[in-house]
Design a protein around this ligand. Structure first.
Ligand SMILES: [Zn+2]
Length: 71
């Protein structure tokens, strides 16, 4: 495999993590709450299973699309 494709895929993959972030404010003047999920995408994920689904469903298609464009 082309090394630059692999590096680009790894970089994209590593942007995502299962961590916590402060959610959007539900209404003006109210602070968002700390929620578990992917801070890069601001997507709420409650389990490692959901995190893996996030990678497979939201992240992988973009990585493959870029890889195929280059080849
Ligand atoms: Zn993400």
């Amino acid at each position: 495999m082309d090394k630059t494709i692999l590096e680009a895929a790894q970089t994209e993959l590593m942007r995502h993590s299962w961590d916590t972030f402060v959610s959007d404010s539900p209404r003006p003047g109210v602070k968002g709450s700390v929620v578990p999920g992917c801070p890069a995408c601001r997507k709420i994920l409650y389990s490692d299973n959901q995190y893996l689904s996030h990678l497979a469903v939201d992240v992988l298609p973009g990585i493959l699309e870029k890889a195929m464009e280059r080849s």
